[in-house]
Design a protein around this ligand. Structure first.
Ligand SMILES: Cc1cc2nc3c(=O)[nH]c(=O)nc-3n(C[C@H](O)[C@H](O)[C@H](O)COP(=O)(O)OP(=O)(O)OC[C@H]3O[C@@H](n4cnc5c(N)ncnc54)[C@H](O)[C@@H]3O)c2cc1C
Length: 306
């Protein structure tokens, strides 16, 4: 069981930093607590005692949202459910609703935050590949010398290893900013040990923008998690696909490219097959949602990877 002496709910960043200073070395930050509670139970016979739990979920700045033409900004305490409920977020981030719909269940989704998903940094966290495909940056804040100091860095370099990030002591994740990609078709593919309430073994985010003919790929973004210690942007595959036609042969060549990146120690052969299949299915689904010409995406090709 997780036991705390104080459960604090700061109403601002200033209040949160004051609580963190007061309980330095003896606190833990929580948002939805959907990773924290299982962590407190895992493999432990006894209780986990933390002096202060600092719940940042209600801090207004961590719940803000701004959707511009080029970039989207949303607070770290944005619950995963909001990517399903908020049409402006869904339009700007076309694979995020597809990720959210497969994320846990209704209850967990309404508590689990995107910030907690990033900071937990599970090698197969569902939120991170979508955000990496959107070239996300994270905004961090800390109280230094009596003032709030902020810094930004790309999400890809913020996650440094399994369950490891570049978050410094006393720092909070405040917001995430990423490319707005309306008009792209989005897809999110995920597989785990069972069909529902599943933590991913492998997951892939795909975003495709087609040219005006609906037959050529103008832009493509691909990111994958669960094949190694870190989520990866598939830049080489993107380069290969960008500007070319969508067709069976090209997609199959693209799908084979990331197979050699599988570095996980367990279930390697299985993960390689999954990667190849996900690449095909992800690209086809994203292209179809981007309005691909039906003749370019042959019906038999679509059916094979439906
Ligand atoms: C039944 C179940 C199903 C799940 N299914 C999925 C799934 O399908 N896909 C998936 O990816 N995950 C899944 N998870 C894992 C979990 O729900 C997610 O990782 C979730 O996004 C974590 O967010 P949270 O707000 O609950 O994190 P919390 O548990 O509150 O926090 C997680 C970590 O982040 C830190 N933290 C949180 N917010 C901040 C902040 N603003 N600044 C600094 N540090 C912060 C905390 O200190 C803690 O270390 C599941 C969990 C459960 C229990």
């Amino acid at each position: 069981m997780l036991i705390c002496d104080e459960y604090l709910t700061p109403a601002s960043l200033d209040e949160a930093f004051a609580a963190m200073e007061k309980h330095r070395g003896h606190y833990r930050v929580v948002a939805g607590a959907t990773d924290t509670l299982p962590w407190a139970r895992q493999g432990r016979a006894g209780d986990v005692h933390i002096r202060a739990l600092i719940d940042v979920a209600k801090i207004p700045e961590l719940n803000e949202k701004k959707t511009g033409d080029r970039r989207v900004r949303f607070g770290a305490a944005t619950p995963i459910q909001r990517f399903l409920d908020d049409p402006a977020l869904g339009r700007a981030m076309p694979c995020m609703p597809r990720c959210a719909v497969w994320f846990a269940d209704d209850q967990i989704r309404s508590l689990a935050t995107i910030g907690g998903n990033i900071i937990n940094a599970s090698p197969a966290a569902d939120g991170t590949p979508c955000l990496i495909a959107h070239e996300a940056t994270v905004e961090l804040a800390a109280r230094r010398g009596g003032k709030t100091a902020r810094r930004k860095m790309p999400l890809e370099s913020f996650i440094t290893g399994p369950n490891k990030t570049a978050l410094e002591d006393g720092e909070l994740l405040v917001a995430i900013e990423c490319d707005a990609l309306p008009g792209y078709g989005g897809s999110f593919e995920k597989v785990g040990h069972r069909r529902s309430l599943v933590i991913s073994l492998v997951c892939l985010a795909a975003l495709v923008k087609l040219d005006s003919t609906g037959r050529k790929i103008e832009d493509v973004r691909l990111a994958i998690a669960g094949i190694g210690p870190l989520p990866l942007r598939l830049a080489e595959v993107e380069k290969f696909l960008r500007g070319g036609p969508i067709g069976m042969e090209r997609l199959e060549r693209a799908a084979a490219m990331p197979v050699e990146l599988v570095a996980s120690r367990t279930r390697q052969e299985y993960r390689r097959d999954v990667v190849r299949g996900f690449m095909m299915r992800g690209l086809i689904n994203a292209a179809r949602r981007a309005g691909a010409d039906a003749a370019a995406l042959a019906p038999e090709l679509e059916a094979a990877y439906a």
